[in-house]
Design a protein around this ligand. Structure first.
Ligand SMILES: [Zn+2]
Length: 211
């Protein structure tokens, strides 16, 4: 029996989707849907997939896309603060955009050789990063541990609409995406990870404060 990778419940149910090679598990408690580990791709495959995308400062569409989270987090972060782009990928972009606002943001992505220099940050942003977490409970704890108390955590990860609609949801098609979150999963994080929701678009951008 699989246990939930977020809340540890041992009553997750397999979610079989016709014409989908991967097997998913659904947690009726925190609503996390996670891919069975036998279908996880290795690090090299994951890096190849990420390198194929052109998520960089030179891509106007991508810049416009991530500007949405800057808009929502901006009232809660200030000049002089130090932030971290968690899982920044091979061509970090957020740091350039925040620099225009005189805000310092360091990059962190061990897969691409970016190591963060500080122990604690005023804010952390994670853009389309949590869906890649193979062990979300530990990885979310690790991320939040880098944040000062009262610090701001901005996440950009689309939540799935309903368990029934999940089979039609295209976000699950990316082989590097292995953890999927519902609005109720975020409620679980709020209740169990000492977070307060400050702002969201109710779809893919959520700004939290660490208590
Ligand atoms: Zn769970």
């Amino acid at each position: 029996m699989n246990t939930c990778k977020l809340c540890g419940l041992n009553k997750v149910t397999p979610l079989i989707i016709p014409h989908d090679k991967r097997i998913y598990n659904y947690c009726p408690d925190c609503y996390l849907i996670f891919v069975d580990s036998t279908f996880h791709i290795d690090l090299q495959q994951e890096k190849r997939l990420i390198l194929r995308r052109n998520n960089s400062i030179g891509n106007a569409e991508y810049v416009h896309y991530i500007s949405q989270i800057i808009q929502l987090i901006r009232p809660f972060i200030y000049q002089g603060q130090i932030g971290l782009d968690y899982g920044c990928g091979p061509t970090p972009t957020l740091n350039h955009l925040l620099k225009k606002e005189n805000i310092t943001c360091f990059n962190n992505d061990y897969n691409f050789g970016f190591n963060h220099p500080f122990k604690k940050y005023d804010f952390i942003m994670a853009i389309e990063c949590l869906e890649k977490f193979k062990d979300p409970n530990n990885e979310i704890d690790k991320l939040l541990d880098l944040l000062k108390p009262g610090g701001i955590f901005g996440m950009m990860t689309e939540v799935y609409p309903t368990k029934d609609n999940f089979k039609y949801w295209n976000k699950k098609l990316d082989p590097s995406h292995v953890s999927f979150y519902h609005q109720k999963t975020l409620d679980y994080l709020i209740a169990n990870k000492k977070l307060t929701l400050l702002k969201s678009d109710s779809k893919r951008i959520f700004i939290f404060e660490k208590q």
